[in-house]
Design a protein around this ligand. Structure first.
Ligand code: URA
Length: 233
């Protein structure tokens, strides 16, 4: 159960005062009846609430897929830099956070949500959710380097990295799949094989892929199917 004005804010993105105004003006119906009381307690899963005749669907959690551009930082707030949340134009970001982090200069897929449980599961080392990256390298990638990455490399942590999957696109471009999320992991792995990442982009995280038609800096909500599949990871 929740207050009607809170429901309107959470589903419609209205501010509290906008929600109260809508109610006062008689724009809101509850199960077909006009309802003006902001404090009225509704059942968000059973009741049908309409604003100007349009049904508002309650979703407990919110899921956004952002095509992160370089230059913004993966944080919820920062005094000096733009954050990934600043890119979610028109969305109430107060409860949202990024799932994992991409470096400032890394581009690509970033999941942003308010679902702590899903985030925890996707990042858990035990679950070993695969992350696929596209990287442009400083030097030609050797078959010896590929073999070392595929077996696990020493990047200065207690343990060597788990085996990665490597696909060479050409001499200096690779796709790399890892199932951990250590700090600067891809860059450090390439450093460990005497190379350097010049450009890095995340292409997927588990079943969630960066769509070809989502331009840099743009975002969209996840589909119900995408959320369902992620929860199965
Ligand atoms: N590995 C990196 O080195 N950087 C990222 O942003 C993501 C993975």
């Amino acid at each position: 159960m929740m207050r009607l004005d809170k429901f309107l804010c959470e589903t419609g993105g209205y501010s509290r005062s906008e929600a109260k105004e809508l109610l006062k003006k008689g724009n809101v119906t509850l199960n077909g009846q006009l309802e003006k009381k902001a404090e009225y307690k509704i059942n968000e899963t059973l009741d049908t609430i309409k604003v100007n005749g349009i049904a508002m669907n309650y979703e407990k959690n919110h899921y956004y897929l952002l095509h992160k551009p370089a230059g913004v930082i993966t944080a919820t707030e920062d005094n000096r830099h733009h954050t990934v949340l600043d890119l979610l134009d028109g969305i109430d970001t107060r409860k949202l956070f990024p799932v994992g982090r991409l470096d400032k200069d890394t581009e690509g897929l970033l999941l942003i949500t308010d679902d702590g449980e899903l985030s925890h599961r996707l990042l858990s080392p035990r679950k070993q959710v695969e992350k696929k990256y596209y990287a442009i390298l400083r030097d030609v990638i050797t078959s010896e380097a590929v073999s070392r990455l595929e077996h696990g490399v020493d990047i200065g942590d207690t343990d060597i990295t788990l085996p990665a999957k490597v696909k060479c696109l050409n001499e200096r471009e690779i796709e790399l799949i890892i199932c951990e999320g250590r700090y600067h992991q891809v860059k450090r792995m390439l450093q460990a094989v005497n190379n350097e990442v010049k450009y890095l982009k995340r292409l997927s995280m588990g079943s969630l892929c960066l769509p070809d038609d989502l331009s840099k800096g743009m975002f969209r909500r996840l589909t119900t199917e995408e959320v369902y599949k992620l929860k199965q990871e």
